[in-house]
Write a protein that binds this ligand. Structure first.
Ligand code: PLP
Length: 468
């Protein structure tokens, strides 16, 4: 039997396990204190209210309180509510366990974070998102809340088809889109589907997203490194690969834009080898000095899998991304998606569909583009054009270090100032081929912290001692 306390203001589920009402309540309270659900200091309901809530005589509750007070679980106070005592809760493993270690890439402890990979989440359009969410709820049918199409809500896939065509030059149809939990899941699903189709390896850029190799390996695919030059990834050496992941709009992390001739060479390589190109368009909306460059996918929708994400335009915590697939890969990816998580959460999808359809997404991207462009200009202003490269797009730039300065030294020297930095080496997937540099993400600090972050960085790069 189970009951909840409600009238007392504390909503606690107590499992009254067939021991007789008194002993069951006693055991349930002991357990709730021991496992931390009732932390020290919690005011217990009056015996009268608890008796009503759990359906026992008031005297039974008085007896239970008396017993647990005698055992040291509770503390009775004259004229005041009985409370949970400190000792047992502190001794209980769950309550006493140290706080879980912060995740490896926790950002909370840094006052100034100039590492790449994140937008300025403090600029998230909360009220417009909330309004879109309300509209989404108002329009959602009961059927929308049931298990749905594993490719994602048709409302979102339809809106994305229009948006991607208009803003990124992507050519597709809603039936070829699969909404995923971030690029991370999209790439993983794709690797599994490719593996099932007989693929054995994927080419990755020699500097890139550090999780590509482990994700491919998790699907049983090997990775081949494709060198990068001024024009972008050179796949000529990727002979054995069945697929290649590239970042044409803004190479991550070097920041270059793939040249037109390399775009054609990339597609020619894919056709010649029967391979598929995975276009990671993670920050394609943010291009500053001229209009955004259309997606590679638009040139050959049958050879290119396009992946877009809301992680840079809106917030990584939304975990929303979209795979645009050639027809022959659509069903295999859907089959893997069903096994992975059945479908991505519906409410965020419907909200994003509303957000895009209402024009709020375009407005937000335009505003952020202006703001990030301004930040980029301030970064270049603080450090000078010499060392700062890859600035025409995106949310990060490459800052080459002065002769003799090591990446690690710059990172270590920044830490006492509360400034988080990241060296280029963290993104290396093959032999080192670049001089020491920092990958500076200029989107992350909230506006009030950005100026200070830049001034610390500028001073550090001017004075950090050379490594012996
Ligand atoms: C190169 C690159 N691609 C894609 C992503 C986005 O990943 P997700 O959509 O899983 O947040 C990131 C995030 O940092 C990235 O750096």
């Amino acid at each position: 039997m189970s009951d909840s306390w409600t009238t007392s203001g504390i909503d606690l589920h107590v499992e009254m396990k067939g021991l007789g009402r008194r002993r069951a309540l006693e055991a349930a309270l002991r357990e709730a204190i021991a496992d931390g659900r009732l932390p020290a200091g919690t005011r217990l309901p009056s015996s009268r209210n608890l008796a009503v809530d759990v359906g026992v005589a008031r005297n039974t509750v008085v007896d239970v309180y008396t017993q647990l007070t005698a055992e040291g679980w509770l503390r009775a106070r004259r004229g005041a509510a009985t409370i949970v005592d400190d000792r047992p809760a502190a001794a209980a493993p769950a309550a006493a366990a140290p706080a879980a270690a912060a995740p490896a890439d926790s950002r909370e402890s840094w006052r100034y974070d100039l590492r790449p990979g994140r937008p300025d989440v403090s600029s998230f359009p909360r009220s417009a998102w909330l309004a879109a969410s309300r509209r989404a709820w108002n329009k959602a049918s009961d059927a929308d809340l049931d298990y749905g199409d594993p490719r994602g809500a048709i409302q979102l896939r339809a809106v994305l088809t229009g948006y991607l065509g208009r803003a990124r030059g992507v050519r597709t149809h809603p039936s070829r889109i699969v909404v995923c939990s971030g690029f991370t899941q999209a790439f993983s699903l794709l690797c599994h589907a490719l593996r099932q189709q007989g693929a054995s390896s994927v080419a990755v850029e020699s500097y890139g997203h550090p999780q590509l190799r482990p994700i491919a390996a998790g699907a049983g695919l090997g990775a081949i490194t494709a060198p990068l030059d001024e024009e972008g990834a050179d796949l000529a050496s990727g002979r054995g690969a069945d697929a290649a992941v590239v970042t044409p709009a803004h190479q991550f992390p070097l920041g270059r834009v793939m040249s037109a001739s390399r775009r054609h060479a990339t597609l020619a390589w894919a056709r010649a080898h029967g391979a598929v190109i995975v276009e990671d368009d993670y920050d394609g909306e943010f291009r500053y000095d001229r209009d955004p460059l259309g997606a590679l996918q638009g040139l050959d929708p049958d050879r290119v899998v396009y992946v877009g994400t809301a992680s840079k335009t809106l917030a990584p915590g939304l975990r929303l991304a979209w795979l645009v697939l050639p027809e022959y890969l659509a069903q295999p990816v859907v089959d893997v998606k069903i096994l992975a998580d059945r479908q991505t959460g519906i409410l965020e999808q419907l909200t994003l569909a509303e957000f895009i359809a209402s024009g709020a997404y375009d407005r937000h991207v335009r505003r952020r583009r202006l703001a990030y462009r301004h930040r980029r200009d301030r970064l270049v202003g603080a450090l000078g054009t010499g060392p700062v490269q890859g600035v025409s797009a995106g949310l990060h730039a490459l800052v080459t270090l002065a002769d003799g300065m090591a990446e690690e030294d710059a990172v270590v020297a920044a830490a006492p100032h509360g400034l988080a930095l990241e060296g280029l080496d963290a993104y290396r997937a093959g032999p080192a081929s670049r001089p020491p540099a920092l990958v500076v993400g200029y989107a992350t600090p909230p506006e009030h912290a950005y100026e200070k972050a830049l001034s610390i960085l500028a001073k550090l790069l001017a004075v950090t001692p050379a490594r012996s």
